[in-house]
Design a protein around this ligand. Structure first.
Ligand code: FAD
Ligand code: SIN
Length: 537
């Protein structure tokens, strides 16, 4: 018999986005589950998702077409088995969301039936993106959270940041499995250690590593860095997706302008009003995201301009206001009326295509440790994620990981108890300005040297600077009391180092990774897999 302890859980889930909440909802009622999140439960990329969820729902669409489009967008680097696994589950995932009360937009068909309104986004050859106006993430996460509130046995630990994972080898055992996590309460500054049978990383992506990003502050790559330090392989981290269209305004914080605008007919224009996308791809505005972002970057550099324009003002005012109510209002608050004139846009870091290597159940290299959602590398996205495939992946793998956990027999608790976090050797820093400076330096150098267009020289320059920053940050970490800024900076610096190492090892251009010194694509597509020194597999 296992004796439950106050800080012991059947499952600890780090992250309460679409991935983490989906997993929790698929676990048995009698499991004791902890869900950790750095801020309020809904704060994360999932809540801000706009365009929708890609799913095969139209009678003229097919699973085969969705698979093909995903493979084409991924530029030869997707794992076809993963793509099929995810896409085949898309209709079932939507059914499940509907049973939870998710209210997707509908329309009246030509034959008078009510059916889901499906929008279009880059790379999709069919209308297949189901949505709730332009706030799909809000609608989905609110319904998931409501369903979780009904569940017994789920405890939320809000304002709680995971510091590092605990694995059994650290406790002197010969086999390696994940058995806990150290956390820091951001309100009380107290540390806590949770032990568990299974731990799930659902921490989202790492786009905060770039100076300009569409992502909320939670996206600091914590899960990737923690898994790497614990001994997991990571893959394809050079594929950082830049969303082509974020609002250009000093106080808009790279507010995303959904790709669905282009799906509904918005055009990209140079500052003088000339359309340009057809010069880069016959699909024009609906080419995949890597191509559109690179085209905008090319034109901005060629003309020396700070932004290009996105224009949907030729469309019906009613359609714009009803399909894009939040984007319309937000633009208006910055002085831009979508119904009247083009708006200024720029690309910004948006999605981390690589991550912690997992199998089709979200299982990582370490037993009892799972990674699901944007933190993971499952093989779905290849060299470039197709729009709206991410929420789908979160929910497919949330469910798959839950099924795997249910089947995993419970094991005995580690013989040696997990030692508490020891901060007896560190003191409070009086120089937090160093942290602020390093944050800025890291994010700026990643933007300048590891952005949409790369070169070997820029990557090497970035690598040297990141190594110096890591030395400073690790020294700071060894001597000072931890806080959120320090933990996230340490994680971001680790992820930046892994991104640059991956980018330097790829001697070709493919998908989102474009290197001026290696502009051609190799005939063989290979993943970039990095192996930590403490890899156990
Ligand atoms: P998130 O939703 O980001 O949640 C991460 C969670 O982890 C948060 O709860 C956070 O607090 C927690 N966390 C992180 N680190 C720690 C730590 N150290 N300790 C404790 N907790 C931690 N994709 C689509 O498919 N369709 C779209 O329309 C779409 N639109 C988007 C629009 C925007 C503006 C953005 C930013 C992204 C969009 N994406 C879209 C991408 C998609 O939203 C994300 O990839 C997806 O939601 C990630 O979900 P997740 O559950 O993996 O992580
Ligand atoms: C968008 O609405 O443009 C974002 C969609 C996505 O990132 O998948």
């Amino acid at each position: 018999m296992l004796t439950p302890k106050p800080d012991h859980f059947d499952v600890v889930i780090i992250g309460s986005g679409a991935a983490g909440m989906t997993l929790a909802l698929h676990l048995p009622d009698d499991y004791r589950i902890a869900i950790l999140c750095k801020e309020a439960p809904l704060e994360g990329s999932s809540y801000y998702a706009q365009g929708g969820v890609a799913a095969v729902l139209d009678e003229y669409d097919s699973i085969g077409a969705h698979i093909d489009d995903t493979l084409v967008a991924g530029d030869g680097l997707c794992n076809p088995e993963t793509v099929a696994f995810v896409v085949e589950q898309s209709p079932g995932i939507i059914d499940w969301l509907v049973t939870l009360g998710v209210n997707f937009d509908t329309r009246v068909s030509n034959s008078g039936r009510s059916e889901f309104h499906l929008t279009q986004e880059g790379g999709h050859t069919h209308r297949r993106v189901i949505h709730a106006a332009d706030a799909t993430g809000r609608e989905i996460t609110e319904r998931l959270a409501e369903a979780l509130n009904e569940r017994k046995g789920v405890e939320f630990f809000t304002d709680q940041i995971a510091i590092d994972l605990v694995t059994s080898d650290q406790l002197g055992e010969s086999s390696k499995y994940c058995c806990g996590v150290h956390t820091l309460n951001l309100k009380t500054a107290e540390t806590q250690t949770l032990s568990c049978q299974n731990l799930v990383l659902a921490t989202g992506g790492a786009s905060k590593v770039y100076l300009y990003t569409s992502n909320p502050d939670t996206a600091s790559g914590d899960g990737i860095a923690m898994a790497w330090r614990a001994g997991c392989r990571v893959a394809n981290l050079e594929f950082n997706q830049f969303h082509p269209t974020c609002l250009y305004h000093p106080t808009a914080k790279s507010f995303l302008i959904s790709e669905a605008l282009r799906g509904e007919g918005a055009r990209l224009l140079l500052p003088d009003g000339t359309p340009f996308m057809e010069n880069f791809d016959p699909r024009g505005e609906l080419a995949s995201r890597d191509i559109v972002a690179r085209a905008i970057d090319f034109e901005m550099k060629r003309l020396g301009c700070d932004f290009v324009l996105l224009d949907i003002s030729h469309k019906d005012d009613g359609l714009i206001r009803s399909h894009f109510p939040n984007i319309y209002e937000r633009c208006l608050s910055h002085g831009f009326d979508l119904t009247q004139a083009p708006i200024p846009i720029v690309p910004a870091a948006h999605y981390t295509c690589g991550g912690v290597v997992t199998d089709l159940s979200g299982q990582t290299d370490i037993k009892n440790l799972y990674a699901i959602g944007e933190v993971s590398y499952t093989g779905l996205h290849g060299a470039n994620r197709m729009a709206s495939n991410s929420l789908l992946e979160c929910m497919v793998f949330g469910r798959a990981a839950a099924q795997s956990i249910r089947k995993t027999p419970k094991r005995k608790l580690p013989v040696n108890p997990i030692p508490r976090w020891d901060d007896s050797q560190v003191s409070r820093s009086r120089e937090d300005v160093i942290l602020a400076h390093n944050w800025e330096e890291l994010r700026r150098l990643m933007w300048d040297y590891v952005g949409i267009v790369r070169s070997d020289r820029r990557l090497l320059r970035a690598q040297r600077r990141i190594q110096l920053l890591q030395q400073e940050i690790n020294d700071y970490y060894a001597h000072h009391t931890i806080n959120r800024d320090l933990l996230e900076l340490r994680n971001l610096a680790q992820v930046a180092e892994l991104i640059v190492r991956s980018a330097l090892s790829r001697k070709e251009s493919r998908g989102l990774h474009y290197n001026l010194d290696h502009p051609d694509q190799s005939s063989a597509a290979t993943e970039t897999i990095l192996m930590p020194t403490n890899y156990f597999g």
